[in-house]
Structure formats: C-alpha cells, structure tokens
Design a binder for this molecule. Structure first.
Ligand SMILES: Nc1ncnc2c1ncn2[C@@H]1O[C@H](COP(=O)(O)OP(=O)(O)OP(=O)(O)O)[C@@H](O)[C@H]1O
Length: 310
C-alpha cells in the first residue's frame, strides 16, 4: 500500500491545553484520513474550538503531538497555511467592500483559487454579490465566511460551527456545497451543535466532554449497538407505552393482534445521532460527578427492553 496516500491528514496524540490552572483539552488523540469528513462534537466549553485553533496554528498547545498536512501546526509557514481553508466561529470581514470584492481579494492570495462567481453561487449569494458586507444579514455574512474558507481550494477545510444562523434552506444548500467539496477530495474537520448536520455530512465523529475524548467512531456505529435499539411506542387505555426491541415489526404485529386493531399513536423510533450523542455526554457527566460511574442512560427514557427477536 502507498504509505504517502494513506498517511493521515491530521494526527493528534495526547493533545493538552491549559489556560492557567484550567485544563481545556486533556489528552485528546485522533487521526483524520485523506478525503474524510470528521465531526468534533461536544457541549459548550468542551474544548472543540481550542482543539481546532491549535490545529489551525492559531493557538499553542501545552502538551502532546500534532501534525496537520505533515507539519507541526505550531511551526506551519505561509505555504502550509495556504493549503488550509478556515471558517472560524466568528469573523470580522470588512463591512465596506462588496461580497465579490472581498472574495476576489482573498482569491488573489492563493495559487489555484476557485472561480469567485461559482463560489458565490455555491453559497447562495449571487443576488448579493454586489452588496456591501455590512448590509448583509447575520446568516448571509456567515455564508461569506464559508465562501472565504473554500475559495482557495484548500486540501483541508476547518469549519467551526459553519451553519450557525443559517435558515433551514441555507443549511441544506450548505450541505450540498460540502458534499461537492467531499467529491473533490477535500478533507474536512467540522464542529457543529446540529447533530443532524453531523449525521448528514460526517464519515466519523468524535465526542469530547470537559476536554476529554468520550467516543470516536463511524457515524452509524458510535455508542454501540445497544444505543441503536429501536423503540416501539403506542397508547392504550392505561396511557403511553414504550418498549425497546430489536424486532419492532414483530412487536407491532403482536400488539395489533392483541389489541384487535391498529395500536393508537403507534410509532417505531430509531435513536438518532442526537439521542446517542446525548446518552454519551450524560454518561460522561455522571462518570465525572459520581463516585461509582453509572451506565449511559438509554436514548429514550422510561423504556423497557423486550427480548431480541429472531
Ligand atoms: N483564552 C482563554 N482563556 C481561558 N479560558 C479559555 C480561553 N479560551 C477558551 N477557554 C475555556 O476553555 C474551555 C473550552 O473552550 P472552547 O472554546 O474550546 O469550547 P468549545 O467546545 O468550542 O465550546 P462551544 O461549543 O461553546 O464553542 C471553556 O471552558 C472556555 O471557557
């Protein structure tokens, strides 16, 4: 196998960041491979932005190892920076220039930039291309941030909460843009609080809480199989019932037979990435606060588990 092409784009080993006595990132390790979209998930203050900013070369780590495109980010020069696309959590563009002027100016810094008008179209700002940035709405400015991040045709794109403030249609349009960047082979490190966004875009996710890595794995595998057991929910004269079962169709057929008809308010619910994420974060919380760490709560509370079907 060609070791060059399989070498991780990002390698992080035992990464630590202290702010005085406070440990914001506490021994985090992961790798991101070429062409992968990797989402870093975690509650407010978990250490996501700190981690990303260390990898972008904006912050210095206190300990551990990091390599980004084969370079230590603490020592990356201008050539290295030119291969990164960065969308920070907040940014301050010049308010007095138009969207097109700002992008054209940025594009000049790069050897092989994307076509400015194509990028403007991809972020849905064609009708605002000639508008001064100061006159745009919050969500429209965020789209300019994303456009600035991708115009240099980066090998590696960092997206820190890219769709905050987007309306639902703009988010879907953004997802399409990210999918097209993925098709071009761009490696992407994303943070987001929208778990559906992570489920749509990411190949793998890492969950961090209080600076520590809680879980890492493929989107459809993290949390383990038990966290994915579907829930059958229905109502009868005694109230609402919920049962976790790996054989929901059989359970529904049985219920229908027992009740002599369609169960009222019937639902078969598959735990979403958000349910699984919340279970992981709550488990990390209780492990941190209790003497005897407790089990992860099930994705849906107050459910019983029935026997596994055939
Ligand atoms: N410059 C700083 N000085 C001191 N503490 C800091 C500094 N920057 C961040 N922190 C602290 O480090 C912790 C991690 O912050 P960070 O911004 O990395 O979290 P985050 O996971 O990105 O959160 P959010 O989801 O809210 O963006 C927080 O408790 C924050 O208060």
């Amino acid at each position: 196998m060609d070791t060059m092409s399989t070498r991780p784009i990002i390698e992080v080993r035992g990464l630590r960041k202290q702010y005085g006595d406070f440990t914001a990132v506490d021994g985090v390790s992961f790798e991101i491979h070429p062409g992968e979209t990797f989402a870093l998930l975690g509650p407010n203050g978990a250490g996501k932005s700190t981690t990303i900013e260390i990898l972008e070369g904006y912050r210095h780590r206190t300990g551990g190892e990091a390599s980004v495109l084969g370079v230590d980010p603490a020592k990356g020069g201008l050539d290295w920076k030119a291969r990164l696309g960065i969308v920070l959590q907040s940014s301050a563009e010049a308010a007095n220039v138009t969207v097109r002027e700002q992008l054209a100016q940025f594009a000049r810094y790069y050897a092989d930039p994307r076509d400015v008008d194509e990028v403007i179209e991809a972020v849905g700002l064609t009708s605002k291309a000639g508008t001064r940035i100061g006159k745009l709405s919050g969500g429209q400015r965020r789209r300019v941030d994303v456009a600035l991040g991708v115009v240099g045709r980066p090998a590696l794109l960092f997206l820190d909460e890219p769709t905050t403030g987007f309306d639902p249609e703009a988010r879907r349009q953004f997802w399409e843009l990210i999918r097209s960047l993925k098709r071009d082979g761009t490696t992407i490190l994303l943070t987001t609080h929208y778990l559906d966004e992570a489920a749509q875009l990411a190949d793998r996710v890492a969950v961090i809480a209080a600076g520590r890595l809680v879980e890492i794995g493929a989107v459809d595998e993290i949390g383990g199989g038990d966290a994915r057991i579907p829930v059958v929910r229905w109502r009868d004269e005694h109230g609402l019932h919920e049962e976790r079962t790996e054989a929901p169709a059989a359970r529904v057929a049985e219920l229908t037979a027992t009740l002599g008809g369609e169960p009222r308010d019937l639902e078969v619910i598959r735990p979403s990435l958000e349910d699984i994420y919340l279970g992981l974060v709550h488990a990390a919380d209780s492990a941190a606060t209790s003497v005897t760490p407790s089990e992860a709560p099930s994705p849906t509370t107050q459910v019983t588990t029935t026997g596994v079907g055939a």
